[in-house]
Design a protein around this ligand. Structure first.
Ligand code: SAM
Length: 453
């Protein structure tokens, strides 16, 4: 099979390597023979992973989208699996890998060119985390990736560092570990972990970090699963279940930030199937994401009566009338979802939380304008940060017109109805749902019920 890279413009690693070389030589000269020879020695899976990591690092795409591009789909199943494992694994472990590599450099403070850093991370990740990959393959292909990307001068250093890493002992038993040490060992920015320690305690913060380093797996929070239930994260489904149970006998339901539709499906499954069930409207500000949601929901018979509308929930234009149940699952930093979205940690800055909060307040206030008398709104995020959760809700409740309803009653009802497979008491905090990755199963979600006063 022809070796190929990936990228939105179809440039691929070969293209990237040519671009680097072209800067140093006349464009008409094309790639050097040594670049072409290097590319020929790299497996399609590693070429694809390298190029995706480069695009993610340049903020030119999300790992999830790039891993589902046509060019990755064109790889063999084994190559696709390796590409996915490399991309997600490097993004999850990047901070820890960089620290290990730095300790093996002759000048630890030296700044590495990005392609060299990526080749080193890929090699280090394979050596430290992937069983069944021969060390020589991990090592030699990282060297060739460096050469292919137009960095031949760095190949000796990459070879030496990865050899040392392959020979190094695995870390021993940790008796006491500082927050800074476990943040680095588990590939998280220290500032973020320190916030979690302050908010949830050291043990919970450690569990969150450990959970973020695992592939998301199917959880066991619910008794009913499989069949016509959508495949989705347990924390996300729990928010949908809480919303579905929040207003018995609801007649008009609005899911105002609906795409990609996971929680809409839970609402439809619980409320929407039977004749005489409520009208459910799913809306989203993104027409593209809403179209994908509609296509997804059309595959479920119980969701056939869901209506769709493109609408900015902060304005609520294009959505008519009042609702007695609104789910307001706002866009957020996503710090509760880093097992499946590992790159979030590399892009995040602390200022982001205030920026998100402003948008979330606007959406919540806009949605509340459509909440009828006695109606209830469930506000939710997949963030672990108080700025996007409690602080947003406090500000809106403080302005009057709505009161909080403790989520405890709805949780007890879900347990009594046999929806939940186990005790979830520790997921209720100050009357709101607060699930933590590694503690409750699934991603970290916050949800609160507000009622029209
Ligand atoms: C966290 S996601 C929702 C996930 C969804 N509820 C689910 O369970 O699959 C947030 C969504 O809000 C949408 N969004 C962002 N700003 C919005 C706005 N002002 N009005 C409506 N939707 C918005 C985004 O396009 C995104 O699809």
């Amino acid at each position: 099979m022809k070796k190929q890279g990936v990228g939105p413009r179809g440039q691929g690693v070969e293209g990237a390597a040519k671009a680097v070389v072209a800067r140093k030589r006349p464009v008409s000269a094309g790639p050097t023979a040594s670049v072409e020879a290097a590319v020929a020695k790299i497996t399609p899976a590693r070429l694809a992973a390298f190029e995706i990591l480069k695009l993610v690092g340049e903020n030119k795409g999300h790992s999830d989208e790039l891993l589902h591009s046509a060019r990755v789909d064109g790889l063999s199943p084994e190559d696709r699996n390796l590409t996915t494992a490399l991309v997600m694994g490097v993004l999850r472990w990047q901070i820890a890998l960089d620290a290990r590599v730095r300790g093996l450099l002759q000048r630890p403070e030296q700044r590495l060119a990005e392609p060299v850093a990526i080749a080193l991370r890929m090699g280090a990740f394979q050596l430290l985390h992937l069983e069944r990959i021969p060390a020589h393959a991990a090592l030699s292909e990282s060297v060739e990736l460096c050469r292919a990307a137009g960095e031949p001068h760095a190949t000796g250093m990459v070879n030496a560092v990865l050899r040392k890493l392959a020979a190094a002992q695995k870390p021993g038993v940790r008796i006491h570990e500082s927050v800074a040490a476990f943040a680095e060992r588990l590939g998280h920015p220290r500032w973020l972990v320190e916030r979690w320690v302050a908010a949830y305690g050291r043990d919970a913060a450690l569990k969150i970090c450990e959970a973020d380093q695992q592939e998301p797996v199917e959880g066991g929070m619910f008794v009913e699963r499989g069949g016509d239930w959508p495949v989705m994260d347990d924390g996300s489904r729990l928010v949908g279940e809480i919303a579905a149970a929040a207003v018995p006998g609801a007649k008009r339901v609005w899911d105002c930030c609906a795409a990609p539709g996971g929680k809409t499906l839970v609402l439809a499954k619980r409320l929407g199937g039977a004749e005489g069930g409520p009208e459910i409207l799913a809306s989203d500000v993104s027409a593209k994401r809403l179209a994908q949601t509609e296509a997804r929901l059309r595959r479920y018979a119980y969701a056939e009566r869901v209506g769709f509308a493109v609408a900015d929930a902060a304005e609520a234009k294009g959505v008519a009338g009042e609702f007695d149940l609104i789910l307001c699952d706002v866009p957020c930093s996503g710090t509760g979802t880093m097992a499946g979205n590992p790159e979030i940690r590399h892009r995040l800055k602390v200022e982001e939380f205030a920026r998100q909060a402003e948008r979330q307040r606007a959406i919540l206030k806009g949605a509340l304008k459509r909440l009828g008398p006695g109606g209830r709104l469930v506000y939710s995020t997949c963030s672990l940060e108080a700025e996007e959760c409690e602080v947003v809700v406090d500000a809106v409740v403080g302005a009057g017109g709505v009161v909080r309803v403790p989520v405890d009653g709805v949780m007890a009802e879900l347990a009594e109805r046999g929806v939940l497979s186990g005790e979830m008491g520790s997921a209720v905090r100050d009357g709101a749902l607060r699930t933590l990755p590694g503690v409750h199963g699934g991603d970290g979600f916050y949800a609160v019920i507000l009622e029209r006063a």
